[in-house]
Design a binder for this molecule. Structure first.
Ligand SMILES: Cc1cc2nc3c(=O)[nH]c(=O)nc-3n(C[C@H](O)[C@H](O)[C@H](O)COP(=O)(O)OP(=O)(O)OC[C@H]3O[C@@H](n4cnc5c(N)ncnc54)[C@H](O)[C@@H]3O)c2cc1C
Length: 242
């Protein structure tokens, strides 16, 4: 009897080539990998970095490819400095010359033709929201609802996007309350809509129900959990819905 074929995604070696502080809490880490030369990525695809926890255990963390330069194999990753997990620690401390391994690019988000697009999420999804807005046709209405702590977390979005910045100002993170209120305050635009919800998992699931109640079809809503309140991201291996 033959054994089942197990297909593993290849692991790529990269090195950090540049860093830039975009906001007080968002740091861009540019990595270069020869394996990425000639690889064309889709908007909001991501890479899964292999990092180390304090105790040395290997863990994976996913970061959106904000920009790719396939001619030289560079990827810009914008890392939110939200605390002391392995991802945020790497984002805060990465320096040119550091080595890092990753798998990917990966990600299932696909742009779908619609009369209008609604994007919503928290600051961890700002790189993905910006990448999607940049990729949408300029004459299509794009509404971006982004929850951040305050104005200092805001980053530029394309001029063709209608930004709705939602400020927590110290209120609890990882709840749908503020984004729900902001979306509810806007009349549903006419025509067919497509929504992309990316951020804290349970909050994004709650927002899907809000949009469905407003008449957006279930199949026209892309939902992706980026993190879970009060719980570190998975270690190596599978976890539901990721
Ligand atoms: C497809 C995909 C793309 C992503 N792209 C990006 C990206 O471009 N930039 C980015 O910054 N993040 C991105 N994320 C989110 C990022 O992978 C998670 O936030 C991850 O948990 C961070 O790992 P960590 O080691 O810093 O914290 P963890 O060890 O996973 O968690 C430690 C603690 O921090 C909390 N926590 C985790 N994330 C956040 C957060 N965003 N805000 C507040 N508290 C948090 C957890 O609940 C836990 O209590 C993406 C996630 C996915 C699935």
């Amino acid at each position: 009897m033959s054994s089942p074929v197990v297909r593993r995604s290849p692991t790529h070696a990269a090195r950090v080539v540049a860093t830039a502080q975009l906001t007080p809490r968002m740091r861009r880490v540019t990595v270069q990998a020869d394996a990425m030369i000639g690889v064309v990525t889709r908007p909001a695809q991501d890479v899964e970095l292999f990092l180390r926890e304090d105790g040395g255990r290997r863990v994976k963390r996913r970061y959106t490819i904000r920009h790719a330069r396939p001619d030289i194999g560079e990827l810009d990753l914008d890392v939110l400095l939200h605390g002391h997990g392995p991802g945020a620690t790497w984002g805060a401390s990465a320096e040119p010359g550091d080595s890092v391994e990753f798998q990917g690019p990966r990600g299932k988000l696909e742009l779908t033709a619609a009369d209008w697009h609604l994007l919503a999420g928290d600051e961890s999804a700002l790189p993905a929201i910006a990448a999607v807005c940049e990729a949408l046709p300029r004459d299509v209405r794009a509404l971006a609802f982004v929850e951040v702590d305050d104005e200092s977390d805001e980053l530029p979005l394309p001029a063709s996007t209608q930004p709705h910045w939602v400020h927590r100002r110290g209120a609890d993170i990882g709840t749908p309350t503020l984004l729900r209120a902001a979306i509810d305050a806007l009349p549903t635009p006419p025509g067919s809509g497509h929504a992309y919800l990316m951020g804290e998992t349970r909050s994004m699931v709650a927002l899907r129900a809000v949009l469905e109640a407003r008449g957006v079809a279930h199949d026209a809503i892309f939902v992706k959990g980026y993190w879970n309140i009060g719980r570190p991201d998975r270690i190596e291996g599978r976890s539901p819905g990721r």
